[in-house]
Design a protein around this ligand. Sequence first.
Ligand code: ZN
Ligand code: ZN
Length: 335
Amino acid sequence: MAKAQDWLKATPGGLVCEPGDFTIDPTAPVDRAVVTHGHGDHARPGSTHVLATPGTIEIMRTRFGPGAGASLQPLDYGDWLELGGVKLAFAPAGHVLGSAQVVLEYGGQRVVVSGDYKRRPDPTCTPFDVVGCDVFITEATFGLPVFRHPDDSGEIAKLLESLRLFPERTHLVGVYALGKAQRVMALIRRAGWDRPLWLHGALFPLTDLYRRLGQDFGELKPATGASKAELKGEIVLAPPGALREAWSRRMAEPMRAIASGWMGVRARARQAGAELPLVISDHADWDELTATIREVGAGEIWVTHGREEALVHYAQGLGIKARALAMLGYEDEEA
Ligand SMILES: [Zn+2]
Ligand SMILES: [Zn+2]
């Protein structure tokens, strides 16, 4: 049996599969890219051939236009193809729309590259699928036992409670444009808020794509150009970076909230200017990471990036071979 590290290599350019002649989530343009999902640290413009799920390809087209790649090949979850003797399929990762784990079979071995993932239900994407394998390659953005994300409905309840307590204030919620924005809107609707949601212009292109692919977020209105009076007591969603822009100072005593897994870290919430931090993460927390390692049944775990040491130690404690790849370029600011 071939050793996985002989045919799948962690390089500064991404995970390179030599017999298949492709790179997973390349950090710079390559001839053949396999892309796990549409976030900017994983999907980058300029590669020649791109293989990804149909959802990820649509996201790349929306973000990069013709720069998404010279040829874009969609592959549905569960379908197989062969590249240079390497069998490849995608399985849902539960991270954002279209997000995939890459399942590779070669030399009698199965390797699963998880990409970014979470195990919590998310109304805007297909849930994570546990795929048994010999080698499981995982991220560890929240790979410390202190990271335990609360239930997302409780976080949305905090937002709606604040609107009840401060009905004069515009509630400005910082959300990453891909995934978090749409998940938060879907959760707000589930919690029963039926007034229009107001959006920063930067959130529309991807939100419109989600709507074209069948998601319903109720009535959405552009916040740009709306008057101070119109936005009183309303929910406005914007990219986190826009919270400090002059744009938001025109609002009625804005209550600044940010939805992110990082909001569990008090210093980060303060630094980001979040008066109302909402711990809503699109990444696995410690319990989800460790449960996944147990469930996939792999004899070997590779940890790509994040807080790798504790997870490596945890896996070794279970008698699993584990190593940290210390890959750079996958920042997960969107967590
Ligand atoms: Zn991501
Ligand atoms: Zn990432």
